[in-house]
Design a protein around this ligand. Structure first.
Ligand code: SF4
Length: 506
């Protein structure tokens, strides 16, 4: 009878989390590369190129593909005949594995988990606890899936209970455009259908744990309702034209997964959870012989592609003027050099509190005619200026935007995904701009950061205000000084092109 030893189990969990922080699953790389080759939208193609290059760099450098290294989700199937040589509970062993992985000095991962979520929201410091789903099954092995889900895509999880006669396809097609681009497409949609509300959510999450195989499904032909639904949704969601990073393009989803379960005759629960450009999960089995042996991928599994576009406008952040930014247009590629301040949720809250109390900003935080980057980087190791440092979702900063622009004279913001109508109106009113960096290309972006120093709120950790000096940091203009948004214009254009509808410029 196999005996699973505590140390083997903990080491396997820790190794798996380190592994998925820097290795994308090979099926994701293949599917993204196929989409990249098919893509006709220059901006979306460039975003996919950045994600692919970033992925290869992460695999080589053993550093995270994204600065948001996720909340850990574990699915376990524990054989009824398994015996344990362990003092800790299953949950405690998993959390010890998480702790070890996230505090590994060779590749520290960002601790993003906060306790007391409706209150103090204090960071637990080591990314524990994991969210654990355990099944007891027949057999003498332990089957484990470990995933690390980023907040940007988890925040877009959606649930409904439809009437049994309602169309699931219609609901998904109405829902996906409302998600915006904060889930960093292109990615995968997980759909859970049936059971009860919590079962449908769990099915949606579980569905994301299997490899991308939509093209193989198309070739062999769908056999079940779920498979037919996958193909229909894959085609129709991509026809929405949302595209990579919401910039407009041919590929929004690389796959659509569907899992179903019997439900009550009166109900049709449906859950939707996206997986993002930082798709991270691995599956392994422990039989008591040793810790998990994870396959080391070959660098040849990653395509070698050149980054474009070559026509990017170079911008000196130290000398750029209000007149200069008036000439920038949505979708235009820029390469930024010079000094850049950082700040995200907690720092913005503190700045706003000071401004509302009529107090000065902290010493060294002068935002007049400056740019602020919404980012919470991973800690640096070795000779890095900063660890992976991709953008966070800008809409969370929308409530602060008008006050910041009004009272500080900030010229521009850099984040990811769209801005809401009020923030866009404010950007237009103040003649500011909003730029996006590619979500899911955090290691690549960090290589453009030459130096970093904390200038305010060091106690906020990764949320402290830093000053970065950047060189040729790639960004795209998302909202121009006139309030035109690429996230509205791009998908409209590509939806029209895909449908063969002539697009009238406005
Ligand atoms: S790719 Fe985007 S949604 Fe995914 S973890 Fe990174 S920032 Fe979050």
């Amino acid at each position: 009878m196999p005996v699973i030893r505590q140390e083997d189990f903990i080491a396997s969990i820790a190794d798996a989390l380190q592994y998925i922080s820097y290795y994308h699953p090979p099926d994701f790389i293949r599917a993204l590369y196929d989409a990249y080759r098919r893509e006709e939208s220059p901006a979306a193609r460039d975003a996919m190129a950045q994600i692919l290059v970033n992925s290869r760099m992460s695999a080589e450098g053993h550093r995270p593909v994204c600065q948001d290294t996720g909340i850990v989700v574990a699915f376990l199937k524990v054989g009824m005949s398994v015996r344990w040589e362990a003092d800790l509970s299953l949950e405690a062993m998993i959390n010890e594995g998480v702790r070890r992985a996230y505090t590994n000095p060779d590749n520290p991962l960002r601790a993003s988990v906060v306790a007391d979520p409706a209150g103090t929201r204090k960071n637990t410091g080591d990314n524990t606890p994991a969210v654990i789903h355990t099944e007891i099954v027949a057999g003498d092995k332990v089957d484990i899936i470990i995933a690390a889900k980023g907040g940007g895509s988890e925040n877009k999880a959606t649930f409904t209970v439809l009437n049994p006669a309602d169309s699931i396809v219609d609901w998904v097609l109405e829902t996906v455009p409302t998600l915006g681009a904060g889930w960093c497409p292109p990615g995968i949609l997980g759909i859970g259908i049936g059971g009860t509300p919590e079962k449908a959510m769990l099915l949606a999450k579980q569905s994301l744990m299997s490899p991308i195989d939509i093209q193989a499904l198309r070739e062999r032909g769908p056999q079940t309702t779920a498979e037919k639904l996958r193909l229909e949704l894959y085609d129709k969601v991509n026809a929405l034209g949302i595209g990579a990073q919401g910039l407009g393009g041919l590929t929004t989803v690389l796959d659509v997964k569907v899992l179903d379960y019997p439900t009550h005759a009166a109900s049709l629960p449906v859950a939707l959870i996206p997986n993002c450009a930082a798709t991270r999960h691995i599956h392994f089995t422990l039989d008591g012989s040793c810790p998990a042996k994870l396959p080391v991928p070959k660098l040849a599994d990653w395509p070698e592609i050149a980054l474009g576009p070559t026509q990017a406008r170079r911008v000196n952040l130290d000398t750029v003027t209000r007149d200069d930014i008036k000439t920038w247009r949505p979708g235009e590629a820029l390469l930024l050099s010079g000094r850049l301040l950082t700040g995200r949720d907690a720092a913005h809250k503190r700045l706003i509190d000071r401004l509302n109390r009529g107090e000065p900003l902290p010493e060294g935080v002068d935002l007049r005619d400056r740019f602020i980057y919404y980012v919470g980087p991973v800690d640096a190791v070795r000779d890095e200026a900063v660890g992976p440092a991709g953008p966070t979702t800008a809409t969370r900063m929308d409530p602060f935007t008008d006050t910041i622009l009004e009272k500080t004279g900030l010229m521009g913001m850099i984040g990811k995904a769209e801005r809401g109508p009020a923030a866009i109106a404010s950007i237009k009113k103040h003649g500011a701009v909003y730029l996006i960096a590619t979500g899911g290309a955090a290691y690549l972006v960090s290589k453009a950061i030459r130096s970093s120093r904390i200038i305010a709120f060091p106690e906020l950790g990764m949320e402290a205000i830093h000053e970065f000096v950047v060189e040729d940091m790639p960004v795209t203009v998302a909202v121009d000084t006139q309030g035109n948004s690429v996230h509205e214009m791009g998908p409209r254009e590509w939806r029209g092109r895909i449908a063969g509808i002539p697009v009238v410029a406005q």
